[in-house]
Design a binder for this molecule. Sequence first.
Ligand code: ADP
Length: 372
Amino acid sequence: MASITLKDINKTYPNGVSAVRAVSLDIKDGEFMILLGPSGCGKSTTLRMIAGLESITSGDLMIGPNRVNDVDPAQRDIAIVFQNYALYPHMTVVDNLSFGLKLRGVEASEIAKRVKRTAEMLGIQPLFDRKPSQLSGGQRQRVALGRALVREPQAFLLDEPLSNLDATLRAAMRTELIKLHRNLGTTIVHVTHDQVEAMTMGERICIMKDGEIVQVGHPMDVYRNPVNTFVAGFLASPPMNLLGGRLEAVGDESVKVHSGSIAFTIPAAMAKGFISHAGKPVTLGLRPEDFYLTAESARHTAPVGVEVITTEVLGPEVILVASTGGENAAEIQVRMPRDFRASPGEKVMLHFDLSQIQIFDITTTRALPRVA
Ligand code: ADP
């Protein structure tokens, strides 16, 4: 097992594309780290540089205490699992699992032992004699994982390994991978553009955009305290509602929020970080789950009147899609209890939990400090 440290890593491809810029990240020994971001943000390039499949333009890559920028991929003791599995099509499952170890000159008895143990862990023994073409997507995925596991490497790099699976299988494999990590305790770096995978699997998430790291943190920290509107809008489904609005000073210490026909006051105790932006346009961030149908005495809520556009009855909950009305009306999504029903055009009074409001600078897109 090993830590993986990236210090000020840059990657410019020969065609001039600057794919990764000034990336610094400490991945702890045994940590499950997620690289999350939209397509093209540099996740795979970062992973491939760690694996040694792509050269590093500048910066230092350390595995454990050693700088490995110029170390051959085979010498890095790291296994990578690709989205397309990359199994050898002409070999049976058992040969696919054993081949890498044979190449490394591992003794036959040791190979048999490791292959058996790994196959048991993944439940793929019954498939030993099949070729990859005779396997389902999920089975291929297990074999690809198995091939990485038998090597018992210092770290696993997973490049969107679940994205070719259907939703049910993907959920099952998420759980399997979490269990595997718990059992093995090996460092894992997992690349995904799927925020559900990131929230559920990662011990920490590193969110990337345009080749740069935007935020690193525990899933709930990043979720609760997104540093900017990009992170706020990227995590969770439905994501945080981001509405154009402006702040107005009320006395010296509190502010009034305006957006569409929404207007409410944030009391002094909660407004400290926002006062600096009184009189300015801002972006308001309201999570869909922070609205209530009644003003609960335990929470400091603000009334938000909306007009129903539609409702999506999902079973465990209902997503209300509504308009904030007035000039600059915006569409918002709100999580409602499962028995909530409303017709298009109906006016509904919601109550927003003010302790959860997030306000962003409109120019820098960065979050203003919120009173905890
Ligand atoms: P992600 O994994 O987040 O989708 P990538 O790391 O694959 O992103 O790509 C980052 C950027 O680098 C993109 O703009 C992509 O087009 C570019 N890129 C990726 N591979 C190459 C390559 N071999 N040559 C030139 N540009 C590349």
